[in-house]
Design a protein around this ligand. Structure first.
Ligand SMILES: NC(=O)c1ccc[n+]([C@@H]2O[C@H](COP(=O)([O-])OP(=O)(O)OC[C@H]3O[C@@H](n4cnc5c(N)ncnc54)[C@H](OP(=O)(O)O)[C@@H]3O)[C@@H](O)[C@H]2O)c1
Length: 341
């Protein structure tokens, strides 16, 4: 059993903890937090040993009547691997702690790529993370684009990707984020950071991205144009993508017209927290140019920012511990999480 410590039990950390608990070959050694809030209570209710992440805040837990199992350094020392799911920038500061205890660590997409030896997406470059000490699981948007690009590159070759990312202003619980009533080019300069980030997974990929931010919390939406190296028809591309376990091609007759209906669909089907771990891609939107060749591909996909990186973290745990190869890990993760809509 791989003992997994989770440093940061918020949006990503609590989902990763739940996914790890579903796996047959790993267990949550404990989780660390700085505040005795409702998520600290949730960890305790879930029977997870809770550790204090910051020395001078330990007494806050005592005052709140929440018992700690110790401090985060004990958790790191006792874990085979740590998933750092702290807010952007804190992960880089924590690296020293993981080095001190010689514990491999996964960082999240809010960190700069330099924080780790490898930027990781299971479908795209699992092998590069095998036995690595420090791995960054790329952001929700980069994960969504990498999952799409990987099969297209293998099947047809990719000359160029152009993607416009319509991004949610914040997660549902992030009351301080916005915009509330605006549509922001974000960043207004081109390209957005997403294209360069995808290149941390595919260094030789030609990709440009543009970003916007809108008053929504549910999901991101990608409008994607890919110039393929060899031509394909729309049904061929649709079938290829439908064969990917972490891409859900939304059938035409479901009446799912946007992110709201997708979230409702997930909730109706009992997905924990209404999570959508898969890229959700509209089958009808898959279009290739009509002329000879059919190398210009267009499509829309929605990305659930809070959860698509969760199965990737589970696979990265197996990669850094050398516990399984890509096919075995992805199949085990998917089966035990219940991937597939
Ligand atoms: N949310 C998303 O949509 C999303 C998607 C993909 C990737 N990511 C990336 O995932 C990472 C985590 O993001 P998140 O959205 O999960 O953030 P979050 O919801 O704010 O959760 C962060 C957690 O870390 C805890 N924390 C804060 N400072 C800490 C410290 N010094 N040591 C240990 N724990 C600490 C916070 O709890 P306390 O109350 O205890 O401080 C909270 O439990 C970021 O790199 C982010 O960019 C986020």
């Amino acid at each position: 059993m791989i003992a997994v410590g989770i440093n940061g039990y918020g949006t990503i950390g609590k989902r990763v903890a739940d996914a790890v608990r579903e796996q047959p070959d790993m267990r949550v050694r404990g989780v660390a937090k700085t505040s005795p809030n409702h998520e600290a209570e949730l960890a305790v209710e879930n029977g997870l040993p809770l550790y204090g992440a910051v020395e001078d805040r330990l007494d806050l837990f005592e005052e709140a009547g929440i018992e700690l199992a110790g401090t985060v350094d004990v958790l790191v020392a006792d874990s085979d691997v740590v998933v750092d799911a702290t807010p952007s920038g804190i992960g880089a500061q924590n690296r020293e702690l993981y080095e001190e205890h010689d514990t491999p660590a996964l960082f999240q997409g809010g960190e700069d790529a330099e924080v780790a030896d490898v930027s990781f997406n299971a479908r795209s470059n699992y092998g590069e993370a095998v036995d690595a000490d420090y791995v960054r699981v790329v952001s929700c948007n980069t994960t969504g684009l990498s999952r799409l690009v990987a099969p297209l590159r293998k099947e047809y070759g990719v000359e160029k990707v152009r993607a416009t990312l319509v991004r949610r202003g914040g997660d549902p619980a992030q009351s301080g984020r916005g915009p509330i009533n605006d549509i922001l080019p974000d960043p207004v300069t081109l390209p957005s950071h997403h294209g360069p980030d995808v290149k941390t997974v595919f260094p030789d990929l030609d990709i440009d991205t543009l970003g916007l931010k809108v008053p929504a919390t549910l999901m991101h939406m990608h409008s994607v144009n890919v110039t393929l190296s060899t031509g394909a028809t729309a049904p061929e591309v649709r079938d290829l993508l439908a064969g990917e376990d972490r891409i859900h091609v939304i059938p035409e007759d479901t009446g799912i017209d946007g992110a709201g209906a997708l979230k409702e669909y997930a909730l109706d089907r009992g997905r924990p927290r209404g999570d959508l771990w898969e890229n959700c891609l509209w089958g009808e939107s898959v279009t290739t140019e009509d002329g000879p060749g059919g190398t210009d591909l267009y499509l829309f996909q929605a990305i659930h920012q809070e959860s698509d990186v969760v199965p990737e973290n589970v696979d990265a745990i197996r990669a850094v511990t050398g516990a399984a190869d890509r096919e075995e890990s992805m199949a085990t993760t998917d089966e035990n999480m219940g991937m597939g809509l």
